[in-house]
Design a binder for this molecule. Structure first.
Ligand SMILES: Nc1ncnc2c1ncn2[C@@H]1O[C@H](COP(=O)(O)OP(=O)(O)OP(=O)(O)O)[C@@H](O)[C@H]1O
Ligand SMILES: [Mg+2]
Length: 499
């Protein structure tokens, strides 16, 4: 391919050189011809004048003298009388020659000037250059055949062509060198374009100089870089979508699974009761209680799922306002006291500064805190300790006023703790450290996912630290001031961002 480009370039250059050569030839031969003709006319005029002077001394011009002059001047010599009659001619018999009065050069000479013409000779039959000068006998005309002029010009032309061609040789070598460098550059650019076409976006062209080809190479490099970036982005999006799809499938499987257990239990006990156990006073109430517990579980599951999807689809309407942090904490402890007392657990309040406020939906914060307290109660053995509190977080970058400030709510317990490897996934839906144990305690694994989504809906985040066998600390942050989340994002299309 490079060879083809090279050949084309060389052929083009050669063509240009040949045309230039032709132009030089045409121009040079024209100039040479007219130059030579002028010189010839001047020479013939000089000769003519000399001969005319000579003839002046001789009373009558003899044919011999004319012949001599003709031989000496290497031209045809004609002597014409004022009436146009040819008196003497060096190459023809004057008796047989027509009257020359109408010849323009003769007319000029008879008028006392020098006349010159190029014309076919009526007498000899070839083209001649005629020069006529006045002389005592009338007009003296000298003529040389044009063929001689042509021969001289051709000679000059040949020499000119040869030297021009010689001068073009180095030009051609330089052009060939340039053509080779251009074709090599083009070759590498074409090769690179081929790589791009085949999807190899990582390849890059080397430095190609500052000319148009260099700019083209640079643009192609930019194109390659852009394509590489876009491809990487698409790949990442693709992976993200795949991950989402996996999460969605897991979610459906999880929900079905969570529904099946209580439903199977309800079905089983109902059938047992219908099969006669309803009349068994030892068991009938127990069975009905189990049915009720499972129905309760289904209700809880349904309401948890509903809460989660409402937050996610942003159809949940939050009522944002400023609240005292300590008030929120006390409300929550009051709500959970019956549960904690059943296990003889002590909930201790670690209050925030008295005037500490947050901008939130109080029901949402209440639910998040109860979910954390519920876990603490569930996963802390009897007689354990639970601490609930809040603390204003220092602004992210020192004293800067524009940064949103947050308050951290936390629940700490002296419970069973969580293995480190489970911590990263703890806030995913349905994720439980010990599935059997959690289910036994009536958990579905949605509590922490709800806490996370509630916190995020406020612009906050969740965190957890835990030590196996010693206890855990769960926390979430809520902003102190209005972050403008209220009017943000109206309900959009249902999207599945489950995690
Ligand atoms: N304070 C804690 N101490 C130890 N483990 C905990 C604690 N809180 C949560 N966990 C672990 O995290 C898992 C997920 O908690 P999450 O609240 O999401 O679900 P759950 O309590 O099992 O069910 P529910 O949906 O009823 O809250 C729990 O199953 C438990 O294994
Ligand atoms: Mg829970």
């Amino acid at each position: 391919l490079t060879a083809r480009i090279f050949l084309k370039l060389i052929a083009g250059i050669l063509g240009v050189l040949i045309v230039a050569l032709g132009a030089v030839d045409v121009l040079a031969s024209r100039v040479a011809e007219s130059n030579y003709r002028e010189t010839l006319i001047r020479e013939l005029t000089e000769k003519g004048r000399t001969v005319a002077a000579l003839l002046d001394q001789e009373a009558v011009a003899s044919s011999d003298t004319v012949q001599q002059v003709a031989r000496a001047s290497n031209s045809r010599v004609t002597l014409v009388a004022p009436n146009g009659q040819v008196l003497v001619d060096s190459e023809a018999n004057p008796a047989r020659m027509e009257n020359h009065a109408n010849r323009p050069e003769i007319q000029q000479a008879l008028a006392g000037k020098v006349g010159s013409t190029i014309r076919q000779s009526g007498t000899v039959g070839t083209s001649f250059l005629y020069v006529a000068v006045p002389c005592p006998q009338g007009a003296l005309r000298l003529a040389v055949p044009l063929a001689e002029v042509h021969a001289r010009v051709n000679d000059i032309r040949k020499r000119m062509l040869a030297s021009t061609a010689l001068a073009f040789l180095p030009a051609f070598v330089v052009a060939a060198f340039l053509a080779r460098s251009v074709s090599a550059k083009l070759g590498s650019i074409i090769e690179y374009a081929g790589k791009l076409a085949q999807g190899d976006f990582r390849a890059r062209l080397g430095q190609q100089g500052l000319d148009e080809l260099g700019v083209l190479a640079q643009k192609l490099n930019e194109t390659g870089a852009n394509l590489e970036r876009i491809m990487a982005e698409l790949q990442r999006e693709h992976q993200e979508l795949e991950k989402l799809e996996r999460v969605r499938k897991d979610f459906v499987i999880n929900v079905s699974h969570e529904l099946r257990t209580p439903l199977a239990s309800i079905q089983g006990y109902t059938e047992t009761l219908l099969g006669g156990a309803i009349h068994d006073p030892d068991n009938n109430i127990r069975f009905l209680n189990i049915i009720r517990q499972n129905a309760e579980r289904l209700t809880n599951l349904a309401s948890d799922l509903l809460t989660l999807s409402r937050i996610e689809l942003k159809t949940q309407k939050f009522q944002f306002a400023s609240y005292y942090v300590n008030g929120l904490l006390v409300d929550c402890i009051d709500a959970m006291r019956p549960l904690s007392e059943r296990k003889n657990l002590h909930i201790e309040l670690e209050p925030a500064p008295e005037d500490c406020e947050v901008f939130c939906d109080s029901k949402a914060v209440h639910q998040a805190l109860t979910n954390l307290l519920d876990n603490a109660i569930k996963y802390t053995p009897e007689n354990g300790h639970i601490f609930i509190g809040a603390r204003p977080l220092p602004a992210a970058n020192g004293a800067a006023g524009a940064e949103p400030r947050f308050v951290e709510f936390y629940v700490r317990d002296t419970g069973i703790g969580i293995p480190a490897e489970d911590l990263p996934r703890l806030f995913e839906r349905f994720y439980r450290v010990d599935k059997a144990r959690s289910r036994e305690l009536g958990g579905t694994g949605l509590g922490l996912a709800i806490v996370k989504h509630l916190a995020r809906a406020h612009g906050g985040e969740v965190s957890v630290t835990s030590e196996l066998g010693k206890g855990s600390r769960f926390a979430f942050t809520i902003p102190v001031n209005d972050l403008g989340l209220m009017e943000a994002t109206p309900p959009v299309q249902a999207e599945l961002t489950i995690s």
